[in-house]
Design a binder for this molecule. Structure first.
Ligand code: ZN
Length: 168
């Protein structure tokens, strides 16, 4: 993406304080740190979210997350981390190029946990939510099967029993 700031960083057009790098990803210090050592990890190739990446790219990205976390831990002797990403505009993603935040935490720093991000508990029961999520997973699996063997595509995929398909 021509104007994407993180693509420009990946192409070395914008200088950063690089923490770690591998073939497809780059970790660097955030220019607006919320804590000492706040680091961002990006894939060099543009992707908005994890849903736009293949498994190899995700593996490489998170491998570098591990390496950068270890490096920051050794350098700053922090007591813990919040590691996560704002995934999509509704979740606060400001730049549409996926970036994993590594936020060092120190005992007594006054910060919260992931549970402090939002308080929007479901109005439906956990069982109702679970049924919707499982339905969605099952439909994606049916789609893949239908794509590979269209002659076996069932008339109504929603009636196929799926309890045996997932062992969660
Ligand atoms: Zn980009």
């Amino acid at each position: 993406m021509e104007d994407c700031p993180f693509c420009k960083i990946g192409r070395k057009e914008i200088p950063v304080k690089a923490v770690a790098v591998n073939d497809s990803a780059l970790a660097f210090l955030d220019i607006n740190p919320v804590s000492p050592g706040h680091t961002v990890v990006i894939p060099k190739k543009h992707a908005a979210t994890v849903l736009d990446m293949d498994d190899d790219a995700i593996a490489s990205l998170f491998s570098l997350v591990r390496q950068a976390t270890l490096q920051v831990k050794n350098g700053l002797n922090c007591d813990g981390f919040n590691i996560g990403l704002n995934h999509g505009r509704a979740a606060g993603q400001a730049i549409p190029h996926i970036h994993i935040h590594i936020i060092p935490r120190f005992n007594g720093d006054g910060g919260g946990s992931m549970h402090s991000i939002v308080r929007n508990p479901p109005k439906e029961s956990i069982d109702q939510i679970y049924a919707k999520v499982r339905e969605a997973v099952a439909q994606e699996e049916k789609y893949e099967v239908a794509y590979e063997k269209p002659e076996e595509k069932p008339k109504d995929t929603r009636k196929i029993p799926r309890d045996w398909e997932l062992d969660l």
